[in-house]
Ligand binder design. Sequence first.
Ligand SMILES: [Ca+2]
Ligand SMILES: [Ca+2]
Ligand SMILES: [Ca+2]
Length: 666
Amino acid sequence: MWWFVLAFGTLHHVSLRQRHHGCECVSIDQCISNGVDVAPFCGCMDISGEDYVICYTTGACPGSFSSTVYTGATFRPCEYLPPPPPHQNACNDPLFTTQWHLERIRAPDAWSYTTGGTLSSIAIVDDGLQYTHGDLRVDVGRSFGWNASTGRRLSTAHSSNAIHGTATAGVATAIRDNLRGGCGVAWDATLIGVRLLTHGASPADNVFMSESFVSSLSELATLGNVIVSNSWGPPDDGRVDGPMHRDLYSEVDAAMHSFYNSARNGLGGILVFANGNGGRFDNSNDDGFASHPTTIAVGAVGDDNRRTQYTEPGACVDVVAPSDGGIRGIVTTDLIGDSGYASGNFTNAFGGTSASAPVVSGVIALILDARPDLRAVDVRHILIETARLVHVDEVNWVRNSAGRWFSPWYGFGVVDAHSAVSKALVWRVPVESQEEVCSDNWFGYLGLNDWEWRRVSIPSLGGTLRFIDRVSIFVDVVHPWRGDVAMRLISPSGTISQLTFEVPNSVPLRDTSFVPHTYHSNAFYMESSGSNGWMMDFRDVTSRGRVRRLRLCILGTPPREVPLPSAPPPPRFTPHSPSPQPEDTDPTPTRISAWVSVGSSLVLACCLLLFTCCIGPEEEEDDAEEDDRRRRMSQAVVAFARFFFLGRSEEEVGERYDNVPGRSIS
Ligand SMILES: [Ca+2]
Ligand SMILES: [Ca+2]
Ligand SMILES: [Ca+2]
């Protein structure tokens, strides 16, 4: 058995799972680097069809500066992505050329693999659908609605006044190649209408609406692979609103958890929510729907890829998607004729986070059409892992200790349909399930002072986590002005996540008092956590407040016994273990330099291999089997080098990182 260490240096950014038409070992028992199981971060590949597995590091691999090639690992055969069928990725409808958002998220490239198909349905929960619109194909039998005045169920979602729902639906599922309008992101997905909202009523204050939403989720949970797209929420007035904190919404909270846990035959229901249009005068972490732990929260970027004026910050934001706010709006279906946003049957000016949410719902429909077996948590992780970083020069981006970039304005970046579907096709569903660990309650009396950060150390957690998914903290502050209080959460590794910002005084409805609320953060994604070291900071602009209760809960992957490889034989040549260097030693490495680093290591490895094979010590075993093994290993390393240097274009490697100035790819 062979075992040696390749000096890969600080190899960032290599991710086989982003290959478009390549192979990936989708199931490996172990991927060890420096004695740590790094499989969740690092890919392993079967080079020669033999039993060689190479673990390679990414910037997210904690403490790993070298990678191990070893034999004897077990894994399933590589799975190959199917080559894209020809001529499947164009939309030939007249308005397609104006649908810039489809190209921006690379939907046409994703259509090479999947189009939404028969395996995915998108339920548009909104003010209804105009069934007679020629560019929407409504599944009438599965659509339904509610009378907002009586709470009575309706057997239809049709409404000739459904201005918002009709436009939203077109973004997700407008029909392709019917010579009308343009195309939806998942133009082949089944469209289900749920008429829930009425114009003129505040949905957050509507009892019938809450009850109808609960009943809707219960009904939708029985309809298979349904993505529930919600382009609505509480008023964007700076108040805390949603299912998490008021008695009226306790059943909504329970219904969302139930849907998330039980829908899709237990794989998990998909709830997509727009994160609100309040801009800097609101925070989607105060929106109990967008920040709900079962939700995928979606913000908006304009055609310049920058956050729009109206999209809300929030540590709960997962991804952003195109909408209006730059020069161009979103082209989609509109009420027939003079009604609606435009005089015709289509509009080029739809926008808000209302347009971004159905973009993401469409992408998820593509994902689930390709991989209907994926769990809800897998879908969210795929969106996060494949989102494109944009404008990291903005100050709000933070790179956490696991190397993940996060911004309360952008989440993890702009959704990318092609990368998401490509990753979904080779996604390895983890064997381990997630667990939640919580701290004891912190009770106290922390007075708040003007413009001064005050700190609370969170009590010990009930366990440790290998990888954090998302963090929530219940906060009870006594303060007459909700908008005066800013909060930030600090992880043991020092990552800071701003949970709320002070709301400007000019906003009249920043609430009259602080409402106890559970805040959420994605900023610590993939960090590890011990049981101690979490801290919470508070600041206000008057001296009238105090903190009296806190409780932290973290969802993530628990520790497990790492199955180390069996004791290796003495290496045939001395391992080259480079001196560990901080990942950010060089703030502006180029992609090429990283490859050169890899190349140098590989050339060295190849030379050493050839040396060993050709003029190795005479005392080495000389049997035919050993020669053959050497030969295959040499071929493996050469194949590996060829794979990296010839099999990947620089654009392919870097495409996820457009607009990232002076950053290493990680
Ligand atoms: Ca069309
Ligand atoms: Ca809001
Ligand atoms: Ca119209």
